[in-house]
Design a protein around this ligand. Structure first.
Ligand code: PMT
Length: 211
């Protein structure tokens, strides 16, 4: 089982970066739960404050491009991929080699699109079960459903990150599970550890159907 977690950091200069509020808790809970069930787990993680889950191989990365490389290196050997990481969609076009000096009143950063790792896996997949997350602030089902189809996923875990107790940084989450064909399962607020177990149960059901 290959799990991604945490944010990516996209350098602006040697001391600054663009990132997001992901703590890694959701992805680490999934890695720990999968390892506890006996799976061989690789966790590819952006920078977090969390300690490594027991019995998982941990690959630490910073940028989306590094995460892509680490994930692609593991993909062929994985049966299940769960992408809980919050990958930066854009990075600064160039990272300055020296600290940017404070001069003009306004400073414009040019950004360029990062690779969409999950979409790439969806195009490459050859039997792997692919589970994505969607972090949305509006039109949860429409946006998550679009990602499920476009990225060729078997399941997407949709969190409305505007809800108290859901999404970035929280110890709990509130999600809807969307499957190809339009089935939606709504889950109540629960600890990220408990949600990880529910997601793994659902993955188990999907694997059983597949074989
Ligand atoms: O880390 P926590 O603090 O515990 O918070 C958990 C979480 C909110 C980060 C997690 O539950 C979550 O929703 N993760 C996905 C966040 C996200 O980036 O969603 P997205 O809708 O932008 O991306 C959709 C999917 O594509 C995700 O599986 C993402 O990993 C993947 N993606 C996105 C962009 C990109 N360039 N490459 C990707 O692989």
């Amino acid at each position: 089982v290959l799990v991604t977690a945490g944010p990516t950091r996209e350098p602006i200069d040697p001391v600054r970066y663009i990132s997001n509020r992901s703590s890694g808790k959701m992805g680490y809970a999934l890695a720990a739960a999968a390892a506890a069930r006996g799976a061989t787990v690789t966790l590819v993680t952006g920078p977090t404050e969390l300690s490594s889950p027991p019995r998982a191989t941990v690959v630490k990365v910073e940028t989306a491009q590094e995460m892509r490389q680490a994930v692609l290196a593991e993909f062929a050997g994985a049966d299940v991929v769960i992408k809980a990481a919050a990958v930066a969609d854009y990075r600064p076009q160039t990272a300055a080699t020296q600290k940017i000096k404070k001069r003009a009143d306004n400073l414009t950063l040019a950004l360029t699109k990062n690779p969409d790792i999950l979409a790439e896996l969806g195009a490459l997949k050859s039997g792997q079960l692919l589970v994505g997350f969607a972090a949305e602030t509006e039109d949860l089902l429409a946006h998550a459903g679009e990602k499920l189809a476009r990225k060729n996923l078997d399941l997407i875990v949709a969190n409305d990150v505007t809800l108290a107790g859901a999404g970035f940084g929280a110890d709990t989450n509130i999600v809807k599970l969307l499957y190809p064909g339009g089935r939606v399962e709504e889950l109540p607020l629960m600890a990220k550890e408990a949600l990880a177990d529910v997601i793994l149960d659902k993955i188990g059901d999907l694997l059983a159907k597949k074989h």
